[in-house]
Design a protein around this ligand. Structure first.
Ligand SMILES: [Zn+2]
Ligand SMILES: [Zn+2]
Length: 345
């Protein structure tokens, strides 16, 4: 089979390798679509302690089961499935309590376990038993199903920082995750959703998803415009869907009394300190929380929301490439003039 092997930093090459062998507990998947995540690009350039080259990365995967081990009961050949990224270990207290994204081992597809930029991939016993492996509902394409993974992470954010009926919500960052959060805020009952973005191009794309207010800019421009759009009160809920220290600081300044701030996007390693006036948190009685990854339940819900046409993920797809064009796919994902880049494997 063909697989895109990450051999070293900045080096990915299409190789002919053996199709993995299925043991009694595992599943072999013919990958149909694997979308490129920002974290794939970070791994490509900077590596990750959980990724040891040579390895296949890619964790936003959909495909079809072609072989199952004889002890596998819940899946069969021909099932169309989508995968989440975070695989619960199944043994620690977090995983046993449905909080696998908080697992200290933090297994993930395309990290410790082989990923989806490959014609076939093997789901090991842990993944089959506990993992985010969910059947694709009727009417959902493979490329849409691959986007259930990032959508699940956005669902996790809205569980950590709930949006209530009539809330005003600000999303800082109009990339794919920001636009998914915008759509979730609307179906959760927000009466006003504001989205902001540093650059014009992405903001224009976000406008197709009907935000109530779209703001181009950061810092003081953002603060002034958000205060104007909320009659000086600030938003009830703010998601920072960008890797920006400034956005996190601004969010704490802007949030309304009793409001919720969610640090959805992580910050660059070694540069992840921010400065906040803690009295803002004290006097406003606001909640600051983070969110990271997702759990299998949220991934299943993401597929259901896509199938029910509550969330439009298809509109986020800007590029499609074949597996042999993996480098081009990474370049397109990096250029930020597009949104989601799909690799058809
Ligand atoms: Zn991802
Ligand atoms: Zn665990």
């Amino acid at each position: 089979m063909k697989a895109a092997i990450l051999e070293a930093l900045d080096k990915i090459a299409l190789k002919e390798v053996a199709v993995p062998e299925v043991d009694q507990e595992s599943i072999l998947v013919r990958v149909k679509a694997c979308s490129v995540c920002g974290s794939d690009i970070r791994i490509f350039h900077h590596g990750n302690p959980r990724v040891k080259p040579p390895v296949v990365i890619g964790h936003e995967v959909a495909g079809e089961i072609v072989k199952t081990g004889k002890n596998v009961k819940n899946f069969k050949t021909g099932d169309k499935i989508a995968l989440g990224a975070d695989v619960p270990c199944g043994e620690c207290d977090f995983c046993k309590n449905g909080l696998g994204n908080n697992c200290a081992v933090n297994y993930a597809i395309g990290y410790q376990f082989p990923g989806g930029f490959s014609e076939y991939m093997l789901l090991n016993e842990t993944t089959v038993k506990y993992g985010p492996v969910n059947k694709i509902p009727d009417g959902v394409s493979f490329e849409e199903a691959s986007l259930a993974e990032p959508l699940a992470c956005c669902i996790n954010a809205t569980e950590r920082s709930p949006v209530e009926l009539g809330d005003t919500v600000l999303i800082i960052g109009a990339g794919p995750a920001g636009i998914m959060l915008l759509q979730l805020a609307k179906i959760l009952g927000a009466s006003k959703v504001i989205i902001s973005q540093r650059s014009k191009h992405r903001l224009e794309q976000a406008k197709k998803f009907n935000p109530d207010v779209a703001i181009e800019g950061t810092g003081e421009i953002l603060i002034q415009q958000v205060l104007k759009a909320t009659n000086g009160a600030g938003p009830d809920v703010i998601f920072t869907a960008c890797p920006s220290n400034e956005a996190q600081q601004d969010a704490v300044r802007l949030v309304k009394q009793r409001g919720r701030v969610n640090f959805f996007g992580g910050l660059a390693k070694g540069k992840s300190e921010i400065t906040v006036d803690s009295n803002l948190i004290h006097y406003k009685e606001c909640n600051i929380s983070g969110s990271h990854g997702s759990v299998p339940r949220q991934h299943k819900l993401a597929l259901e929301l896509i199938a029910a046409k509550k969330i439009n993920v298809k509109g986020l797809i800007s590029h499609r490439f074949k597996l042999v064009e993996i480098e081009k796919a990474f370049q397109a994902a990096e250029q930020h003039n597009g949104m989601k880049v799909i690799v058809e494997c």
